[in-house]
Design a protein around this ligand. Structure first.
Ligand code: NAD
Ligand code: UDP
Length: 321
């Protein structure tokens, strides 16, 4: 069954891959974006597709669009972007879901929230299961995003309980791949660009912090399975359970790029979670989902994407808001 699908944040990294996959499946897709961190380049390849439309709109402003499914991805996702305008980040985290949920309630659409592993904060339980309530600083520099995303989950469940809205919540762990915005400071894009330019790789702290990285096509598969699973709201973890230290990631990227780069240590950002690894038993049981792309393969594909960008030394193009 071909559906009308709205993807907020559709011009971003995850959004554009989701749009691409949905179009390939024959759906009618509208990407809504204010181009805060996303770019038109990410959706340029789909513009000639008659089943695709881009709408420049801010998710914090109410909207009315016909859709059977809504994926709410609109939100800056990298620490430097979401901390640059924290009040705006909270607004996007809270008003975006309210607008998506109100529309879903009124037109009887199903709505999926792109939540995050950040809702677990600096986790004491390891690996993190969905039943863990987290360890989040409510007043720190990351709180605008962490607490904003937690309120979003609350809103999803309140609409579900109060109005019967058909909701899905995906807790997305670190995801990487082509079209990650270069210049947004995330570790994979930073390290790849630094390695390709033979510049020092900047490890924050001593490199012992851990993350678990999921390749973009695996994540998109998980999101689509969750959206189309009847009778299951989540929240559900979507991520790769293979945990690596940041130093291991740096060394692997130096090796895969044949780089002459050194590693330098820089101060650790405040409240940077020490470890992060999803327990994905629920996703495996309910969705039959596990990530398939090994880290080395995903990194190699991502490195290919960044090669022309690394040759171009100009700073990333920022679109006016
Ligand atoms: P991204 O920055 O590439 O994409 C976010 C998109 O949302 C951008 O195109 C941006 O322009 C748009 N946007 C931001 N604020 C908006 C607003 N107010 N109105 C309309 N559009 C707006 O980030 P991403 O990595 O693709 O993340 C997408 C979603 O997934 C986010 O909600 C993020 O919190 C979540 N997530 C991502 C990761 C990850 O590792 N990438 C991990 C956990 C959760
Ligand atoms: N990080 C790093 N060097 C960089 C960028 C990030 O050591 O150039 C670290 C960062 O401190 C964190 C981890 O890598 O411990 C992942 O950072 P990222 O911003 O990609 O994601 P998040 O912190 O949101 O998980």
């Amino acid at each position: 069954m071909k559906k009308k699908i709205l993807v907020t944040g559709g011009a971003g990294f995850i959004g554009s891959h989701l749009v691409e996959r949905l179009l390939k499946e024959g759906h009618w897709v509208i990407a809504m974006d204010n181009f805060h961190t996303g770019t038109k380049d990410n959706v340029l390849a789909f513009l000639n597709n008659p089943r695709f439309e881009v709408l420049r709109h801010d998710v914090t402003e109410p909207f009315r669009i016909e859709a059977e499914q809504i994926y709410n991805l609109a939100c800056p996702a990298s620490p430097i972007h979401y901390q640059r305008s924290p009040i705006r980040t909270v607004e996007t985290c809270v008003l975006g879901p309210i607008n998506c949920l109100t529309l879903a309630r009124d037109i009887h659409a199903r709505v999926l929230q792109a939540s995050t592993s950040e809702i677990y904060g600096n986790p004491i339980m390891h690996p993190q299961t969905e039943s863990y309530w987290g360890n989040v600083n409510p007043i720190g520099p990351r709180s605008c995003y962490d607490e904003g995303k937690r309120v979003a989950e609350t809103l999803f469940f309140d609409f579900h309980r109060e109005a019967g809205t058909d909701i899905r919540i995906a807790r997305i762990f670190n995801t990487y791949g082509p079209r990650m915005s270069h210049g947004d400071g995330r570790v994979i894009s930073n390290f790849i660009l630094q390695a390709l330019r033979n510049e020092p790789l900047t490890i924050y702290g001593d490199g012992s912090h851990t993350r678990s990285f999921c390749y973009i096509s695996d994540l998109v598969e998980g999101l689509i399975r969750l959206m189309n699973m009847d009778g299951f709201t989540g929240p559900i973890n979507l991520g790769c359970p293979e945990e690596r230290t940041i130093r291991e990631i740096a060394e692997l990227i130096i090796q895969l790029t044949n780089s002459k780069s050194d590693i330098i240590l820089q101060p650790l950002p405040i409240d940077d979670p020490e470890k992060r690894k999803p327990d994905i038993e629920l996703a495996t049981d309910v969705l039959g989902w596990t990530p398939k792309i090994p880290l080395e393969e995903g990194l190699s594909r991502t490195i290919e994407y960044y090669k022309p960008i690394a040759d171009d030394n100009s700073p990333p193009t920022k679109q006016p808001r």
